[in-house]
Write a protein that binds this ligand. Structure first.
Ligand code: MN
Ligand code: MN
Length: 476
């Protein structure tokens, strides 16, 4: 029996809007943090860019490649690039590594359109790139918006070329056309999943023939418009058509993150899923000097397509880094049983976004168990779909440990599920991390219009999420 009477306030669960009653100074700090996030997001639209910018930020604070360290001691800051598309960083703690790691894990890939291996074609005097969409998108959302090209491609000599076109104000952008409403009768009758077929997500990239002033020359080319585009790419990068097979070229919205609303409460941006969690997870780690336990931030690729490939959360490359820490905190050799016990003692927040309750689509939400925008970090014990299929589930004692820690440190949080049970479902990297035996729970920022080219988050959720992640890795 409880030994005291609770006030009504304590008896009922409340999850208030965090803007309600916010002090002027807290609001200023929150707004300033949002500015830094927007700047980072704008230059980190792809997993490669995020990795590069994160390494640059870490290196400026004294982080070095773990491969260069013979041994590790408290206060050492190390990282490993996962094929330039993922990243894992750590700050070595004062306590023995056998106490376990405190881990934050986010993903840095976002839904987009990838170029096919043979992308270039000409049709009726226009040139297009064929794309294959990546991640769960509503295909119709990607037509008639400004698009940019980001990526890398290798020429025949093996030289890597970075391509970014469409971000600078003076750059051209790229575009996917849609049919005019006047002639859209048939299209408009189709279900939304069908009215823009995947094979119609062709990106307009050119419309002038090669050598337009010399008519004879033009006749010698079967595809003068395509030839002009290929010639441009050859002149600028040395790329020929066959080189596209080496390309990792992503078509992303050519938009900058912008404040939303008269009061600037929200931010619209591309790739909030999951950079709005990856950024505070990175910043929480970079803020560490000599933490109690060893702190780790994991930034994975390929989450949007199942965490596969050698850069996804299922890749052992992330685990190799943790093994290297355990080995280098000792005599350099690895005792596998000791390593597994370190992992079993480790604690992690899987820092991935969730959906915010959207009153316009209230029918997909179960209002008592959903996250609300501006009500803070959402703790999610499980995700999955149908009968909790395919999910990790945090144990009660781990949830208790986290919620007690947050209460001690005045960290607000909310909780719930993704949406109504029969409405659908989703997954995060937590299931793949849990199999190593660590304690892990999902904890992320609510998003409106998730997976759309332009998503919305609340600045106050971002800020309190940063404080929550920092509190977690410093103190759990
Ligand atoms: Mn995500
Ligand atoms: Mn996602």
């Amino acid at each position: 029996m409880a030994d005291k009477k609770f006030s009504k306030d304590e008896l009922f669960a409340t999850y208030p809007n965090l803007y309600d009653g916010i002090s002027k100074s807290d609001e200023e700090v929150c707004m300033a943090f949002a500015e830094e996030y927007k700047a980072f997001l704008n230059k980190s639209k792809t997993e490669r860019e995020f990795t590069e910018n994160a390494i640059e930020a870490a290196a400026s604070l004294g982080f070095s490649d773990i491969g260069k360290k013979k041994s590790l001691k408290a206060g050492d800051k190390v990282y490993a690039s996962i094929k330039d598309k993922g990243l894992i960083l750590a700050v070595i703690g004062k306590k023995d590594v056998k106490e376990g790691f405190n881990i934050l894990g986010a993903h840095i890939d976002s839904p987009r359109l990838d170029l096919k291996p043979n992308p270039v074609f000409e049709d009726n005097e226009a040139v297009y790139f064929k794309t294959h969409y990546y991640g769960g998108i509503k295909k119709y959302q990607w037509t008639t918006i400004p698009l940019a090209i980001h990526g890398v491609i290798y020429t025949r000599d093996g030289v890597k070329h970075k391509i970014t076109i469409g971000e600078d104000e003076s750059d051209p952008i790229f575009y996917i056309t849609d049919i005019l409403p006047h002639l859209g009768n048939e299209q408009m009758k189709k279900p939304a999943s069908e009215f823009i077929p995947g094979e119609d997500l062709n990106v307009l990239v050119g419309g002038m023939p090669v050598n337009p002033k010399k008519k004879e020359d033009r006749k010698s080319s079967k595809e003068p418009y395509k030839e002009a585009v290929l010639k441009f790419l050859y002149d600028k990068y040395g790329i020929v058509e066959k080189d596209f097979v080496t390309g990792e070229i992503e078509i992303v919205p050519a938009v900058k993150a912008r404040d939303v609303g008269f009061d600037r409460a929200f931010i619209a941006g591309y790739g909030h899923d999951d950079k709005v969690c990856a950024y505070p997870a990175l910043m929480a780690l970079l803020a560490q000097e000599k933490p109690s336990k060893t702190c780790v931030t994991i930034l994975t690729d390929k989450e949007e397509i199942g965490s596969f490939a050698n850069t996804g959360a299922q890749s052992v490359l992330y685990e190799n880094f943790l093994m290297e820490i355990v080995a280098k905190c000792g005599d350099g050799s690895l005792d596998m049983l000791k390593y597994r016990k370190v992992i079993a003692a480790s604690k992690m927040l899987s820092t991935d976004v969730t959906t915010g309750y959207d009153p316009k689509y209230s029918n997909v939400f179960e209002k008592r168990n959903t996250a609300f925008m501006s009500h803070g970090l959402k703790l999610e014990k499980y995700v999955g779909s149908r009968g909790k299929s395919g999910t990790n589930e945090a144990t009660g004692d781990f949830v208790s440990e986290i919620t007690r820690l947050f209460a001690q440190n005045n960290i607000p949080w909310q909780t719930g599920e993704l949406g109504k049970i029969d409405a659908g479902g989703g997954g995060t990297i937590s299931a793949y991390m849990a199999k190593y035996g660590l304690s892990v729970m999902d904890a992320g920022v609510p998003v409106w219009s998730m997976h759309a080219p332009y998503e919305v988050i609340s600045k106050i959720d971002l800020y309190y999420t940063y404080l929550a992640y920092k509190t977690f890795i410093e103190n759990i």
